[in-house]
Ligand binder design. Structure first.
Ligand SMILES: Nc1ncnc2c1ncn2[C@@H]1O[C@H](COP(=O)(O)OP(=O)(O)OP(=O)(O)O)[C@@H](O)[C@H]1O
Ligand SMILES: [Mg+2]
Length: 341
């Protein structure tokens, strides 16, 4: 177990690690919410992040999910560096504007003063710009790998991170309250659908088939999360525990490799807590998922985790198996307070 050494990796890295966080620091003004956090999540592991209130757990989730940029450090997902300080980002706008400007310049040079020809070349340059700029905004995978080959790096955006296989739930439930349970899950599938807006407007056979298949899959996720028969209930009418299950079902809809669960049993009674714990176990056995769990309920954490990392005031104070964590004096001190000497 690593009790004090912040710089040491959480567990030795292997090529099969789903996530590797290297030296993540996050400062909010003068407050250091995370300090040099090293973190490794092996494939198909259930890893828990625990610590007192304000320790930095949710901040760490938000960094992984691309919602807040770290002050320093990097995150790799399945061997792909997704979050890190920007490199040569200033070069990117040159890539957008150089081709149309070049076309315009060539136009001016070859037109020999013919204003109509220049206008035609200008139109061509404009057309090129209208192709390049939306592509740069959408940042499809081929564009991303193209700019990386040029040595340009910008961290992935939250939607790119979801596409790369990270699903999450929120500490404070965030559902689409006026949509049904099924519709909430369908929203989670949005990124994986292949049919285009044109397909949707024209209601093409491809769109209808995909929509039907998505509904079947969404119903399956609801059933897996324990919401069978609740498909048509408005999210806001579901009991609290079911809303938490619905968040999990929606996170599953984006077919994640890594699922981040932020206090999934908060506010639940012991029976519901037991059911969610069993569900998390099934997510690994039935869907092959890797899970990173933030949880305050120590029975859940100790019962289900392969490894546990403990944060306190932004620092990793311990890392190890549940048994090692249970006996760690720094963990006991952080949770229970130092006994009077
Ligand atoms: N957007 C923000 N701006 C400023 N400070 C923030 C922000 N987000 C979090 N913090 C601060 O960072 C620290 C860590 O917060 P965080 O929410 O990560 O804690 P946590 O471990 O999830 O706590 P809890 O168990 O209460 O959910 C806290 O001091 C918090 O006030
Ligand atoms: Mg939190």
């Amino acid at each position: 177990m690593t009790a004090t050494a912040q710089a040491a990796p959480a567990v030795p890295e292997t090529p099969d690690d789903v996530l590797i966080a290297r030296s993540i620091t996050k400062q909010f003004g003068g407050l250091v919410a995370l300090r040099n956090i090293e973190f490794v999540i092996p494939r198909r592991a259930i890893v828990s992040l625990i610590g007192p209130n304000g320790a930095g757990k949710t901040t760490f989730f938000n960094v992984i999910a691309g919602l807040i940029p770290p002050t320093s450090g990097s995150i790799e997902l399945s061997g792909m560096r997704l979050i890190a300080p920007a490199r040569r980002a200033w070069l990117e706008p040159l890539l957008w504007f150089a081709p149309p400007l070049l076309v315009l310049l060539i136009g001016i040079l070859v037109s020999g003063g013919n204003i109509q020809l220049v206008a035609l070349w200008g139109l061509l340059a404009l057309l090129l710009a209208t192709l390049i700029l939306p592509t740069a905004m959408a940042r499809p995978a081929w564009y991303e790998s193209f700019i990386r080959r040029l040595g340009i790096f910008r961290s992935a955006r939250p939607n790119d991170i979801v596409r790369s296989g990270v699903g999450r739930t929120f500490q404070n439930i965030r559902l689409f309250h006026n949509m049904t349970a099924l519709e909430n899950v369908l929203v989670g599938m949005h990124l994986k659908l292949r049919s285009t807006p044109v397909d949707a407007v024209l209601s093409t056979p491809r769109h209808r088939a995909e929509e039907e298949e998505a509904r079947v899959r969404a119903a399956r996720y609801l059933e897996l999360a324990g919401l069978r028969g609740r498909d048509d209930e408005l999210a806001r009418n579901l009991p609290y525990g079911d809303q938490r299950r619905l968040e999990i079902a929606r996170a599953l809809a984006c077919e994640p490799v890594l699922l981040l669960l932020d206090e999934p049993t908060a506010g639940m009674n012991p029976r519901e807590t037991g059911e969610i714990t069993a569900l998390i176990g099934r997510l690994r056995t039935e869907l092959g998922l890797t899970v990173l769990l933030i949880e305050h309920d120590m029975r859940v954490v100790m019962g289900i985790s392969d490894r546990i990392t403990v944060l306190d005031q932004g620092e990793r104070i311990a890392e190890g198996t549940p048994e090692e964590i249970r006996r760690n004096p720094r963990v006991i001190e952080a949770y229970l307070g130092k006994p009077p000497s």
